[in-house]
Design a protein around this ligand. Structure first.
Ligand code: HEC
Ligand code: HEC
Length: 433
């Protein structure tokens, strides 16, 4: 685990944390953003904890309605829930690589819509991350870590909410004041009653309060981090994994086999604390280019993640090009498109890619006219040294893969135990068996 951190650290030598710049690209929402600093749980003067709790609950309830309200989009037919379906771990309910948004729902996005569960522990984006856990080595710089979005460019969930509302390929509003009026007409009275004393009235009040409400909703444990997958019950000793799932877990953890847990943490960091299945680190996996993304029709266009184009603060930091944030694998089996460019549509294929990228590249990359395999075709040649080669990657074409087909199946079986909403067998049904 430490050597992996070191590998990431080796690529982060220049100190240039330009955090503020990460939000600069959406210049228009930033005025509203500045005023969203208050947290949903902040107390008004003299408010008791019980009162604060009630207020956050009411705010989350408005947030849930806002999340599903297509009236907040320029098209009138798209809400957050269109791309983030509660029944799918808040991932899309379809298998499109990128979703269509905009005024006429014909503007394709650049990246796959992520699920929204278990984001609550994601650290703020930092270029130099030092483990503070008991078992971590604080002197080791793990490199860029954290933040929201595939490139970590946004920190606050409330600030994040403003982004899709104004993104031209998502909900596509153009005018702050106009959207604030729409929200005010429908939710204004309720939001004012809830926010009284904690958020000043004034320009775009309804928009600022709505962002807070969306944040409060996304911080609701029951919906966004319930920790009720089969694996959680297994960790609590309340259910056994099948032999196949258990074997998959062992392979997932084994540094010479899956080695998955080196980035997708599977162990409890301390007793009583559940694992998040992500270290929020930035890694280049060298994924195949996805021709289903319209922007990729331009052969000169590349989505380089941390070094652009969606964020611009690291555009000259070429050793970050091609790196994206490791997502949690909780609820991953509910997804229908995988990785930042949604290039795979089958969980087994996503896992097999790790194992076979270097030993069977012809399965994943197209051939050039001369018949050679165009490996790493989604990253310009000069950035390919950034690509990760730790196990299960490695080897050369024709070598034995790090895991057999049956072992890949076992890892997939294990990943399916990370889906929330598992009902553990009750003691009676247990006795029947
Ligand atoms: C058109 C589809 C679409 C809509 C509508 C949409 N999103 Fe997203 N969402 C995305 C995509 C795509 C990303 C990843 C973008 C990126 O990384 O550049 C994302 C990222 C996020 C993230 C960060 C997740 C992470 O893993 O870091 C959050 C939080 C989020 N959206 C919440 C919302 C909220 C709240 C709304 C409604 C106000 C919303 N989204 C509306 C597509 C959508
Ligand atoms: C070196 C760190 C690292 C290791 C090791 C690793 N992953 Fe990942 N994983 C990532 C990163 C980073 C991404 C996102 C990359 C991207 O989209 O460009 C990712 C994405 C994924 C996704 C797609 C999730 C989604 O929401 O689309 C799956 C599935 C996955 N990993 C499974 C695994 C499995 C299974 C293993 C072991 C065989 C593994 N990973 C090993 C870093 C790692």
């Amino acid at each position: 685990m430490i050597f992996l951190f070191f590998g990431r650290a080796a690529r982060s030598t220049i100190a240039a944390a330009a955090l503020a710049a990460s939000c600069a690209f959406f210049a228009s929402p930033s005025s509203a953003l500045d005023k969203t600093d208050a947290q949903p749980g902040d107390a008004a003067p003299g408010q008791s904890r019980a009162a604060v709790f009630q207020r956050v609950k009411k705010l989350a309830d408005v947030g849930q309605r806002l999340f599903a309200d297509p009236g907040l989009s320029a098209s009138g037919s798209m809400s957050c829930a269109t791309c983030h379906d509660a029944a799918k771990g808040f991932a899309p309910a379809n298998a499109l690589a990128v979703q269509l948004g905009g005024k006429n729902l014909d503007q394709a996005g650049l990246r796959a819509a992520p699920g929204l569960t278990y984001l609550q522990t994601t650290p703020r984006f930092t270029e130099h991350y030092h483990e503070s856990d008991d078992d971590g080595d604080e002197s080791v710089d793990a490199g860029p870590t954290g933040g929201l979005m595939w490139d970590g460019r946004i920190n606050q969930v409330a600030a994040q909410a403003l982004f899709p509302l104004f993104s031209p390929y998502e909900m596509a509003n153009e005018d702050h004041a106009a959207l604030a009026r729409v929200i005010d007409a429908k939710y204004g009275a309720e939001l004012r009653a809830i926010m009284e004393g904690t958020m000043p009235e004034g320009e775009d009040f309804a928009l600022r309060a709505a962002a807070k409400a969306l944040q409060a909703y996304q911080e609701t444990p029951a919906a966004f981090f319930p920790y009720n997958s089969k694996y959680d019950f297994f960790l609590k000793g309340q259910v056994a994994l099948t032999d196949q799932e258990k074997h998959g877990l062992d392979l997932f953890n084994d540094e010479k086999k899956g080695n998955c847990a080196s980035c997708h943490f599977s162990a409890q960091p301390k007793p009583g604390v559940m694992p998040q299945f992500s270290d929020a680190g930035f890694i280049a996996l060298g994924l195949p280019r996805n021709k289903d993304i319209p922007r990729n029709a331009d052969p000169a266009f590349f989505d380089l993640g941390l070094c652009g184009p969606e964020r611009t603060d690291f555009k000259d930091q070429t050793d970050y090009c091609g790196t994206f944030k490791a997502p949690t694998l909780r609820n991953v089996a509910l997804r229908q498109s995988f990785f930042h460019n949604g290039v795979f549509h089958d969980l087994r294929e996503a896992v097999a890619f790790y194992v076979e990228r270097d030993v069977k590249p012809e399965k994943y990359y197209p051939r050039r006219i001369d018949g050679t395999v165009d490996k790493f075709n989604d990253l310009p040649v000069q950035y390919r040294a950034n690509i990760n080669n730790d196990p299960p990657f490695g080897g050369k074409p024709g070598d034995a893969p790090a895991m057999t087909d049956a072992e890949i199946d076992d890892v997939v079986a294990f990943l399916k135990t990370l889906t929330d909403g598992y009902a553990p067998p009750s003691p009676e049904t247990h006795a029947d068996r």
